[in-house]
Structures are given as structure tokens and as C-alpha cells.
Design a protein around this ligand. Structure first.
Ligand code: ASP
Ligand code: MG
Length: 417
């Protein structure tokens, strides 16, 4: 059994949906589960609807209208007959969103967000499922909210594995093609939850884990995993194979090809992850699997922008040791900061992290009660994996280096522009 995942770019318009059909038809064997994201930037568009709902309610209907229009253009392109049942299903979903917003009483932004934003996936998979059926690929549409069970930490929900396993085992049978959504799940009250932006890869990995897939393939607009982001570097290399550990490090330090959480479930069951190009349905791409290391001659360059760099020192010259580490880490965690690098000395500790939820001020307020805090906003974290012995510092050129750390496996700089 295999799982495929198609992201937003691979279903960005009607042409792309036709291409998805071609990709499936070009394979010797069809996968069992196809996980699909929302079309193009519709998740951003739905996020905007939620923002309008909270900040400027009268603009909800116009921003929502754009989303309907975008999908209805795709539908009209893909289906000759506007009486086709797909139109009714898609409209039904959109009406559901409006009904929810109309009757909602909750002021919890994250809760409302999760009830709305996942409709991008519900709609895209409905369109694709019908389109494949229309073109001779029989399939069954599954509502991932009935399968992926999570806690109720809206917007970054955590998976509840055993319940999810049970539901997926019941729903997914061999020799059948299923189309389902990435990114979404539901909590114990059956309210919708989401797994974090770009979370569809993770969903595919969860399905792969639960059905004991022989492989999971994510189809992308790049030929596979490259050693650097081609938007930032002129010359890039395709990495034909790499280990889970290498891929996890790469994702953690800024490579955006696969969502960082994706690899953990696959690693546990040693399920290989293929990253392939939807523009070349037969090219092998990259394979991530156990004990296959990337050639030591390939070094990988990663960049995380918009990080925050703080240096803390104690107010009374006492050492920053174990007890303080624990307190500092707990404080950052309570504000959902994502720590990427730390450096410490006897009486100071420097931390490079991102603030995905905009909690910096609140966190600083708490930190300043206990430490002397200096802060540099908007720094870059450069990471080189497999650095060469004479690794040039060119990636940090033209910037001010705030920290440089080096081991035989990794070279990192925190820089200020
Ligand atoms: N549609 C969601 C997003 O854009 C999930 C995904 O694409 O993986 O974040
Ligand atoms: Mg997306």
C-alpha cells in the first residue's frame, strides 16, 4: 500500500488537476491513499476571511466571494456540465462555512480559524475526487476529520495516534483508491482542528504509518530535495538519497521542501519517503530512507530568516546553569517560541528562535523581570550541513555575524543584515 501527497501548487488550477490525473495514470501501480492540500493559496485566502471576521466583519463576504469564484472557475473548466453533482457539493461546503460564521459565538481566534480554514482541503479533494471518477479512476472520498483525531490545541493540534490508527484501519482497505485531505483532523468533540501550516505532508505520513505503507511519495514542483533553495543559490544539486536524520535536520534549519513533523512517523516504521516532481511523473526524485546517507561531498545550505536573537544574563552575576536553562526554556515554550540555536557562557545565554504566534512582547515582559535582556530582531540563521574543511564564510558575507558555531557535521551563523 502506498500514499501519495499533492500540495497546493500541484492543484493550483484546472490544468494542474489534469496533470495530477496524468501523474496517477503514469504509475505502474496506483497508490491507496492520495492526500491533497487546498488549491494554490486558498489557505491564505481562508485565513484572511477569519481575520476579516474578527477585525472588520463587513469585509467577510467580499473576501469569501473571491474564494468561491476561484473554485468555481476551476470547476467550470474541469466539468462540462454545470449540473454535475460536484457543483452542489462544493457549494454545500462553502455554505457551511458561512453558516458557521453566522452562528458562531466563540471569540477564540484559533478555534474559529480551525473551523474555517480546512474547507480549502475539503473543497479541493471533492473536486479532485469527482474529476478522477469522471476520467475513469474510481475512488472513494474520505473526510480526514473522521480519521485524524487530535487534541484541541487549535491551529497546532497534536495527533492522538491510537484513535487515529483505529479509524484509519477501519476506513482504508487494500486495492482501493481513496482521496482525502491533508492538514485537518478533529478533536474529541468533533470540532475541526488543523495540524499547522503546510501540515499536509505530515497527514500523508500519518496515513502511511497507520496503513503500514510500503512508501509515501510527496509530489512537488521541484525535482526532489536539493542541497539549497534555488531561490537563494544559483547552483543547486539534487540529492538522490538521504537518511531520515539528515532530512530532519535539513527541515528543522529551514529547508521548506518537507514539513518537519513528516519524517518521525515514517522513521518509526522505516517507511521510505520519496520526493518527486509532479512535472516529471517518471523521474525518481529523492528517496529518504534508513541508512542511506547523502554523499559527504554534498553540503547543504539552509537559511531561516526573521529569527529573534536574545542574550540573557542574570541580574546578580549568578551562573546561568541547569536550573536556569530549564526555566528559560519553559518560559519560551509557554509563548510557543521555536528555539533553533543556543549558546551559553557562565553568566549569559544567547538564544536564536522564531515567534510564529507574535508573543514576543509578552515573553520579554516576563523575561525582563528575571534577567538582563538584550535583543536583536530579524536576524538570519544560516546552517551548513556537511561543511567542507575549507568551508568559506561566503553565505554570511555582507552581514554582521553575532554567533558562529561549528562541529564536523554542522556550521551555523546567526547574522544581522
Ligand atoms: N493547505 C495547508 C497550507 O497551505 C496545508 C498544506 O498545504 O500542507 O498550509
Ligand atoms: Mg498549501
Amino acid at each position: 500500500m502506498e500514499v501519495y501527497k499533492f500540495g497546493g501548487a500541484s492543484v493550483k488550477d484546472a490544468e494542474a488537476v489534469r496533470n495530477l490525473l496524468n501523474v496517477l495514470q503514469a504509475q505502474k501501480q496506483l497508490p491507496n491513499v492520495v492526500v491533497v492540500s487546498a488549491m494554490d493559496k486558498s489557505t491564505n485566502a481562508l485565513e484572511k476571511v477569519v481575520a476579516c471576521y474578527f477585525n472588520d466583519r463587513k469585509t467577510v463576504s467580499s473576501s469569501f466571494q473571491e474564494i468561491r469564484k476561484f473554485h468555481s472557475n476551476i470547476l467550470l473548466d474541469l466539468f462540462d456540465n454545470d449540473q454535475h453533482p460536484v457543483f452542489k457539493s462544493v457549494n454545500g461546503f462553502f455554505d457551511e462555512v458561512l453558516r458557521f460564521l453566522d452562528s458562531n459565538k466563540s471569540t477564540n481566534y484559533n478555534f474559529v480559524y480551525d473551523q474555517v480554514v480546512g474547507y480549502g482541503e475539503l473543497v479541493s479533494t471533492t473536486i479532485i475526487s469527482h474529476f478522477l471518477t469522471e476520467n475513469g479512476l474510481n475512488n472513494q472520498w474520505l473526510d480526514a476529520r473522521n480519521l485524524i483525531k487530535t487534541n484541541n490545541t487549535y491551529r497546532t493540534a497534536s495527533l492522538q495516534l491510537s484513535k487515529t490508527q483505529r479509524h484509519i484501519t477501519q476506513a482504508v482497505k487494500p486495492n482501493q483508491l481513496y482521496i482525502t485531505q491533508g492538514f485537518i483532523g478533529s478533536d474529541s468533540n468533533n470540532f475541526s482542528t488543523t495540524l499547522g501550516r503546510e501540515g499536509s505532508d505530515y497527514s500523508a505520513a500519518i496515513f502511511g504509518y497507520c496503513i503500514n505503507a510500503s512508501a509515501v511519495t510527496v509530489w512537488k514542483d521541484v525535482p526532489g530535495i536539493l542541497n539549497a533553495d534555488p531561490k537563494l543559490f544559483d547552483q543547486t544539486l539534487l540529492i538522490p538519497e538521504m537518511s531520515y536524520n539528515e532530512a530532519i535536520e535539513q527541515a528543522y534549519y529551514g529547508a521548506t521542501v518537507i514539513h518537519p513533523k513528516t519524517l518521525q512517523p515514517l522513521y518509526q516504521k522505516e517507511i521510505p519517503l520519496f520526493v518527486r516532481s509532479f512535472n516529471d511523473a517518471v523521474a525518481p526524485g529523492t528517496c529518504i530512507r534508513k541508512n542511506k546517507f547523502m554523499p559527504s561531498t554534498i553540503c547543504c545550505y539552509m537559511l531561516l530568516k526573521h529569527q529573534i536573537f536574545i542574550t540573557l544574563s542574570t541580574l546578580d552575576l549568578s551562573y546561568i546553569v541547569e536550573k536556569q536553562f530549564k526555566k528559560i526554556a519553559a518560559l519560551l515554550q509557554s509563548h510557543q517560541m521555536k528555539i533553533r540555536l543556543t549558546q551559553n557562557s557562565a553568566i549569559s545565554m544567547s538564544i536564536c528562535f522564531s515567534d510564529p504566534f507574535g508573543h514576543k512582547e509578552a515573553m520579554l515582559h516576563e523575561l525582563r523581570a528575571k534577567y538582563d535582556v538584550s535583543i536583536v530582531d530579524d536576524v538570519n540563521l544560516f546552517t551548513v550541513l556537511n561543511p567542507q574543511t575549507d568551508q568559506p564564510d561566503f553565505i554570511a558575507q555582507g552581514t554582521e555575524i553575532l554567533v558562529k558555531q561549528i562541529t564536523d557535521k554542522r556550521l551555523q551563523f546567526v547574522t544581522r543584515n
